[in-house]
Design a binder for this molecule. Structure first.
Ligand code: SF4
Ligand code: SF4
Length: 194
């Protein structure tokens, strides 16, 4: 089943990388930026967890121990989390500011940073737009939105585009049927660790 999942991953990753390439004038992702791994909830399906744990077993034992310690700490923080709202945390696979399991990363990790079409909601703008990163050249900080005025000021020919790459879309049953695997249950990454 993991083999089929990898085939699916190759397909969506290729497509998503193409979208990033098309939107190049608005993309400021670069090595060393991991803000999107520092605070999040990270929706994760069962097969994504099996896949990343396959990569985990190949890691140097000292890195494995660092990850285990981070998991323990995040789980403890989650247990003590008493505020309203969603518990956000640093991904335990982020080691010294770099993803320790990049090849095995989740689905959400692959599309984050684009403008995302979300069923029945306003398009999602990556939070890093307000930090001077992706789409910040067309992001109006006051209106908290991407505006035509800002776009016109840039003089860029390619327009900012919204892509159908929500987690819900990327994990729909059409892909399961097409590639013959199942995503399984879905929950925040940290909840997969016993
Ligand atoms: S999506 Fe934003 S926060 Fe994440 S790596 Fe790219 S620029 Fe950095
Ligand atoms: S798996 Fe890697 S890319 Fe995904 S959130 Fe964690 S550190 Fe970031």
């Amino acid at each position: 089943m993991l083999e089929n999942y990898e085939k699916y991953l190759n397909l969506i990753t290729g497509k998503i990388e193409g979208f990033f390439e098309k939107q190049k004038p608005y993309i400021f992702c670069k090595k060393g930026c991991a803000k999107c791994c520092e605070k999040g909830e990270y929706p994760w399906s069962e097969i994504e967890f099996k896949f990343i744990m396959k990569g985990f077993l190949e890691l140097d034992p000292s890195i494995q121990n660092e990850i285990k310690e981070k998991v323990r700490k995040v789980k403890e923080d989650k247990k003590n989390f008493k505020e309203d709202g969603i518990f956000l945390y640093e991904c335990p696979f982020l080691i010294k500011g770099v993803c320790s399991l990049y090849h095995y990363r989740g689905i959400i990790c692959r599309s984050f940073g684009l403008l995302v079409q979300v069923e029945g909601k306003k398009p999602q703008i990556p939070f890093c737009s307000s930090l001077g990163l992706n789409y910040s050249n067309v992001y109006d900080l006051e209106k908290r939105s991407i505006t035509v005025e800002k776009y016109k000021q840039t003089g860029i020919k390619i327009e900012p585009k919204i892509f159908n790459v929500s987690y819900k879309f990327l994990t729909n049953e059409t892909f399961e049927k097409g590639f013959n695997f199942t995503f399984g249950d879905k929950k925040p990454l940290i909840d997969w660790f016993e």
